[in-house]
Design a protein around this ligand. Structure first.
Ligand code: DGJ
Length: 389
């Protein structure tokens, strides 16, 4: 009996020692900093201090040989869906190992301020303006205590990539400008907004013809889920879900990236697209979006155009295999071109946890191309060598 117990104990101790050795030799360096060697979509993702990365709905800027990941800082519990801290930034040289660089844009403790603590700050995207030498952050803003009614875009600027970012303003874009691709006949129609009912064929036609653009013409267009894309010629575009989340707008930004020029197009009117992520490959523009189901995942969509001004063509769901119908339980936020690897793009998605937002997970997957169609497959665990295959 005693010897059985001691054998059991010995085996147990050896097993523990093995687990301990494996864990620490494989995952920390000599300074005790955590080392990650693979992407593990949907798992906890540790920064180099061993804390789950807190940068949801994020985007990445590659600057001076370093990747900067900006995202929503979330906290625990339902209230964590609002901005109680601000926009967080992490830095990495290899996309796997991230140092926490702190809060890039802080919420403000001033009642009535646009970015008052408790407002909703989502999907921050930072771009670098070569001509001004400044870093510009755009984000989706909902004013404190107003749910998702405000539908505004916020802009902030910084001298240093990690901040601090200074809030400039929030707005509804393109007030008093008609979209470039809106039929001239529709612009000046006298429309009785009350004559349309939700989802009747007539209502759908009215959306196509710019019902909401007209409604919001004076005060500016609604702007919720968003991204910013900088083209090879340095022009930047703000891409957002507008018109009650029914229609995507692609809007040109001014040369300093701080405002809209008033030139914009509407794409897929009534298509119900959220979570836009844009990238360019071999001269073609690609967009990945989701449908609109709140925090719950749905099937992604993809689209392509040879000019950013369209026409845009729908390509269908880029995801394939098991889980493709729910984007592998995630929603797009950004597509990252991997530096130095021509044609290598990473789909970045969020697996939201609205009841405990700080526990939200990241689903990053490699994008491959079948002809001109982007294709995303599930990988339990992967690294950048997949792009060498
Ligand atoms: C879906 C959006 O993509 C998210 O960014 C967030 O706004 C949620 N809806 C809120 O329900």
């Amino acid at each position: 009996m005693v010897s059985l117990l001691s054998i059991g104990l010995r085996w147990g101790m050896q097993l523990l020692a093995l687990v301990f050795l494996f864990y620490f030799s494989a995952s920390t360096n000599s300074e005790g900093l955590r080392i990650n060697q693979t992407f593990t979509p949907g798992e906890l993702w540790w920064d180099n201090e061993g804390t789950h990365i807190n940068a949801h709905g994020g985007g990445i800027l590659y600057h001076d040989h370093t990747y900067y990941w900006f995202g929503e800082h979330k906290t625990a519990g339902r209230g964590g869906n609002t901005a109680l801290v601000g926009v967080q930034v992490y830095a990495s040289r290899d996309l796997l190992n991230w140092s926490n660089e702190g809060v890039a844009l802080s919420v403000v403790d001033e009642a009535g301020h646009d970015i008052e603590r408790g407002a909703v700050i989502e999907r921050p995207k930072v771009v670098y303006n070569e001509s001004t030498g400044k870093f510009v952050m755009w984000f989706h803003l909902e004013l404190k205590g107003q749910g998702y009614i405000a539908a505004r875009a916020g802009v902030a600027v910084a001298e240093e990539v990690t901040g601090p970012y200074t809030f400039i303003e929030s707005l509804r874009p393109n007030a008093q400008h008609w979209p470039v691709n809106m039929d001239a006949d529709f612009k000046n129609q006298d429309v009785d907004l009350d004559q349309y009912e939700w989802w009747t064929p007539r209502w759908r036609k009215a959306v196509d013809e710019g019902l909401f653009v007209r409604r919001d013409f004076e005060g500016g267009q609604m702007s919720r889920d968003m991204t910013v894309f900088v083209d090879d010629d340095g022009k930047a575009y703000h891409v957002f879900s507008s018109e009650e989340n029914l229609t995507i707008h692609i809007a040109e930004l001014s040369d300093d990236y701080l405002s809209h020029t008033g030139r914009y197009i509407r794409i897929f009117p009534g298509g119900h697209n959220e979570a836009p992520a844009l990238f360019k490959h071999e001269g073609r523009y690609y967009m990945i979006t989701s449908g609109c189901t709140g925090w719950d995942p749905n099937a992604a969509r993809s689209a392509m155009a040879t000019s950013i001004w369209g026409p845009w063509e729908m390509l269908g769901n880029p995801c394939v295999g098991e889980g493709a119908d729910l984007t592998f339980h995630s929603q797009s936020t950004f597509v990252l071109p991997v530096a130095g690897k021509e044609g290598a793009f990473i789909f970045m998605g969020d697996r939201w946890r609205p009841r405990n937002p700080i526990d939200g997970r990241y689903v990053w997957l490699p994008i491959k191309f079948e002809g001109h169609k982007p294709v995303i497959e599930w990988h339990e665990e992967w690294d950048l060598s997949v792009f060498d295959e």
